[in-house]
Each structure stands twice: as structure tokens, then as C-alpha cells.
Ligand binder design. Structure first.
Ligand SMILES: Nc1ncnc2c1ncn2[C@@H]1O[C@H](COP(=O)(O)OP(=O)(O)OP(=O)(O)O)[C@@H](O)[C@H]1O
Ligand SMILES: [Mg+2]
Length: 481
């Protein structure tokens, strides 16, 4: 066995041969190459070694008693599917070698073999083992970032959501994700993609509220050269980018009926026509749409086309607001704190009192608000331990939540006044100033968000984000409600 002082192994190899001489010579040769080598005299002994799952390569003789090499190969791949196997065969037993390859061996060598040949084949097999391990790691990484494991929270409501999500992920059905702002709709859309058969292809998000309608149309469908002023080159649309993958149409209710009918046509026909182009292009796209509005109401009030609603709403996933699953708050807070700690020289801990404080809050801004609160607290708190007063809440606290107390009974009562700070925080002052500046500019320029952004010296995406966070709408839109 290796110990802490040995350099990292170039690979772990198990040599199996019932002929002691042959086994020892092969092992010696490989140890000279700095591999970590184990030996077994029988198939049974070999399987016991493999059960640990840490072996990279199995180098086994074919003719052995009582378990022969082919049986060992089959059983070894059952316990360790990623294992690389090289079969050692006697001269003239080429059929068995072929059979071994068919059963999943990576390679074979014919005895007697040259040292250099064995070295070469072993190194090649280990190279493949390393490659497979990297691919595995990448896949795990991808899943951790985008898959279900990215969705923190094991409340009953979240478990229902993830069960439904897994069920529809495999199909190509169009999914409509509904939920208040900041509940995690985009994360859900990414998880759908990560668990679908399209996961190796692109996930392409488009936010309908972030750009003007004309721009949105050419973004989605692309345009021909000269289709409009400024279209100096032809351009692929996002539908085409998403070919084979998933198109995530976010804030789909923030579009006009004219645009909606174009979108409907594209979805129904599986074809898109670039702006200014007459021929249509076939696209294979799975559509996921999201909205934080009451879309049924939008349909009733004729702001959203009913036919498009039916087309999008094949399956609905509702992401519950955080106040309906406050039991997720501790795990989410820990998760965001861990992330903040990873970037900071001052790691912080959450006090139980702070968790209780947070669990008594309604979170109008949902998970995003909790995320911001934790990040702010981690950046600004005085001590290593985050206390209730490090989390200034925007609104009144809720009445004590049934069930919540049992989760945070670690510490004594928290007085209702805990965390109520005296004056406005810096963040609140900044927010107020921003709100005032944007509102005034909106007054002046109305729906022309490009001019508003220009005047305020921010990009239109930043403007849109801020408006959303501050719950501001252009005057004409605000009057629709
Ligand atoms: N269950 C969760 N686990 C971990 N992080 C979450 C979870 N839900 C939301 N978040 C985080 O909260 C933030 C908001 O999530 P997201 O952008 O997906 O919300 P949304 O519903 O799309 O919001 P909006 O309607 O404002 O676009 C993101 O930073 C996201 O990573
Ligand atoms: Mg979103």
C-alpha cells in the first residue's frame, strides 16, 4: 500500500496470473516504471482487490483455473465499469483475444511479449483511464453547477418541484416556468437542460424584457444583410444558436401581441425566418419559457395571446416563493455564505439567532433577496459571526412561523426588535437615490429606455436590472396595470 511519503502514482495496476514467475516478472517491470502494482494469483483474489474501485488497469492472463480470464474480465467490469483491461494471451489464441475485446477489454498482448510492447500498451490504457476520469469530473462539475444539485433546498415544495422537473426533463415538451421574481426560475430552466438529452448542446437564454422589441426579433430570428439600417452583415438568431439544445425565453409576457404571433409561428413550425429573408430554416429546439406575472390574468386581459399560452404551457413548473418554504432558508443562507467565504479573506459563520431572524421574514424579493442579504452581511459585518443586526430587513417580520422554531431551537428567544436598526443603511440610501434618478429620467423619456440608459450613463441591461430590482416600469407600462 502507498503511504503519505510516496509520490503520486502514475497509475494503479493489478496483475493477475496463476503462474508465479510470470506474475512477478511483469509486476517488477511495471514497478520500475513507477506504477503502483498489485498482484493476484486467482480471479477471486483479483475481484477482492477490485471491489475498492481504486484500480486503473487490470492486466490479466487468459488461461487460469478455476476462474478464467474472460470470466474475470466480465465480473471485473461489473464491479468497476471504468476499469481498463489488458488481456495476456498465449501465442495462437487470437480468437480469445478478440472475444476479450468484444467483452470490453481495451487491448491484449500476446505472450511472450517484449518489455517495450507491454510498457507501450499499459501507458496507452492508463492514458485512456485518465481521460475517462477527466470526462467524469467534467460531467460532475457541469451537474454541480447547473443540474439539480445547484438547486439548494429540500422543503416539500422544492422536492415536488424537482420530482416534476426530472420527469419532464427527459421529454422534449415545452415547459412554462412560473414564479415570482427571484425564486430561481432561471436555475430551474438550466437544471431542465442539464438533465435532458440535449445537455451536450447549448442552453441559450434570451430575456424579452431586457431589449427593445425590434432588437429582440432580430436577436431571436437573426437577420439578413441590409434587413434594416445598421444590419451590415447577416446574423444568425438565437433560435439557430440553440439548434439541438434548449432556448430559454425569459420574461415571455413582456412582449407585444405582434411579436407573440411570430414566436408562435416559429414554435409551431419548428422553423425560423431571419428578418428580411424569405426562406425558412428548420431548427430543432426545445423551448422553456418563464414569467413572473400571473400569465392567466395576462391572457384574460388580452395582453398575452391565448394560443401562444397554450403552446408554451404544455407543462407548467411553479417555483414557490421563498415565504412558502421558509425551511429552505437555513440551507440557502449557508450556501450563499459558503460562496461568499470562498471569495473573501474573512470567513464568516451564521449565528443561530441570525437564522431565526431570517426565517421570520417574508422575502418579497425571494431567494435573490436572501442571496443579497447574505453577501452584504458577509462583506460588511463587524465580527466573524453574523448576527441578526447584520441582516437589515426591508419589511416587517412575519409572525412566528409554525415549524420554523423547531429548526432553530439551538438558541434562545430572539426579541422581536432584534435587527431593527435605527437609521437607513447605506444600501437603502443608495437604493433610494437610484430609484429617484431612474424615475425622473423615465418621466422625461418614457418608454425610450435607450435614452434613459444613455442619460444615466449605464448600459441598457444594467438599467433594466436596476428597474427590475427597484420595481420600476416605464410610464406607459405602469399604466397598463
Ligand atoms: N434553490 C436555489 N438554490 C440556490 N440558489 C438559488 C436557488 N434559487 C435561486 N437561487 C439564486 O437566486 C438568484 C435568483 O435566481 P434566478 O435568477 O434563477 O431567479 P428568477 O426566478 O429567474 O428571477 P427573475 O424573475 O427576477 O428573473 C440567483 O442568483 C440564483 O442562483
Ligand atoms: Mg430570471
Amino acid at each position: 500500500m502507498t503511504d503519505a511519503n510516496t509520490p503520486p502514482s502514475r497509475g494503479r495496476i493489478l496483475v493477475v496470473d496463476d503462474q508465479r514467475n510470470m506474475r512477478a516478472t511483469t509486476a517488477l517491470l511495471l514497478r520500475a516504471e513507477q506504477y503502483t502494482v498489485f498482484e493476484a494469483a486467482t480471479g477471486e483474489e483479483a475481484l477482492a482487490h477490485l471491489a475498492g474501485g481504486s484500480m486503473d488497469l487490470l492486466l490479466t492472463d487468459l488461461k487460469m483455473e478455476p476462474m478464467d480470464g474472460l470470466t474475470l474480465l466480465r465480473r471485473a467490469l461489473e464491479v468497476a465499469p471504468r476499469l481498463q483491461v489488458i488481456m495476456m494471451t498465449a501465442f495462437g489464441s487470437i480468437e480469445s483475444a478478440v472475444e476479450a475485446m468484444r467483452l470490453g477489454a481495451y487491448d491484449y498482448v500476446t505472450k511472450p511479449f517484449k518489455e517495450s510492447e507491454l510498457r507501450y500498451r499499459v501507458e496507452r490504457a492508463l492514458e485512456r483511464a485518465r481521460l475517462l476520469r477527466d470526462v467524469d469530473n467534467l460531467a460532475t462539475d457541469f451537474n454541480q453547477r447547473h443540474g439539480l444539485s445547484a438547486l439548494v433546498g429540500r422543503s416539500a415544495a422544492m422536492r415536488d418541484l424537482t420530482t416534476r422537473l426530472m420527469r419532464v426533463a427527459q421529454s422534449d415538451a415545452t415547459v412554462l416556468i412560473q414564479g415570482e421574481s427571484g425564486t430561481g426560475k432561471e436555475l430551474v430552466a438550466r437544471a431542465l437542460h442539464a438533465h435532458s438529452r440535449r445537455k451536450g448542446r447549448s442552453f441559450v437564454p434570451v430575456n424579452c424584457a431586457a431589449i427593445s422589441e425590434t432588437l429582440l426579433e432580430s436577436e431571436l430570428f437573426g437577420h439578413a444583410k441590409g434587413a434594416f439600417t445598421g444590419a451590415v452583415k447577416a446574423r444568425r438568431g438565437l433560435f439557430e444558436e440553440a439548434d439541438g439544445g434548449t432556448l430559454f425565453i425569459d420574461e415571455v409576457t413582456e412582449t407585444s401581441p405582434t411579436f407573440q404571433s411570430k414566436l408562435l409561428r416559429a414554435l409551431q413550425e419548428g422553423e425560423v425566418r431571419r428578418v428580411g429573408e424569405s426562406t425558412a430554416l428548420r431548427v430543432d429546439v426545445r423551448t422553456v419559457a418563464a414569467t413572473n406575472r400571473d400569465i392567466e390574468l395576462e391572457v384574460r386581459e388580452k395582453r398575452f395571446r391565448q394560443d401562444l399560452y397554450y403552446r408554451l404551457n404544455v407543462v407548467t413548473l411553479r417555483v414557490p416563493p421563498l415565504r412558502e418554504r421558509l425551511e429552505d432558508v437555513p440551507a440557502l443562507a449557508e450556501h450563499f455564505l459558503e460562496r461568499a467565504n470562498a471569495r473573501s479573506p474573512n470567513p464568516r459563520r451564521l449565528s443561530a439567532a441570525a437564522v431565526t431572524h431570517l426565517m421570520g421574514y417574508a422575502f418579497p424579493g425571494n431567494v435573490r433577496e436572501l442571496e443579497n442579504l447574505v453577501e452584504q452581511a458577509a462583506a460588511l459585518a463587524e465580527g466573524d459571526e453574523l448576527l441578526p443586526e447584520d441582516f437589515p430587513l426591508r419589511q416587517e417580520r412575519l409572525a412566528p412561523v409554525p415549524g420554523a422554531s423547531s429548526m432553530v431551537s439551538l438558541e434562545g428567544q430572539v426579541s422581536p426588535a432584534a435587527g431593527a436598526s435605527t437609521g437607513p443603511t447605506l444600501a437603502q440610501v443608495v437604493e433610494d437615490a437610484e430609484r429617484r434618478a431612474i424615475a425622473q429620467s423615465l418621466e422625461r423619456h418614457g418608454v425610450d429606455l435607450a435614452r434613459v440608459a444613455d442619460e444615466l450613463g449605464v448600459s441598457s441591461t444594467t438599467l433594466w436590472r436596476k428597474m427590475k430590482r427597484l420595481n420600476l416600469r416605464p410610464p406607459s407600462e405602469a399604466s397598463r396595470e
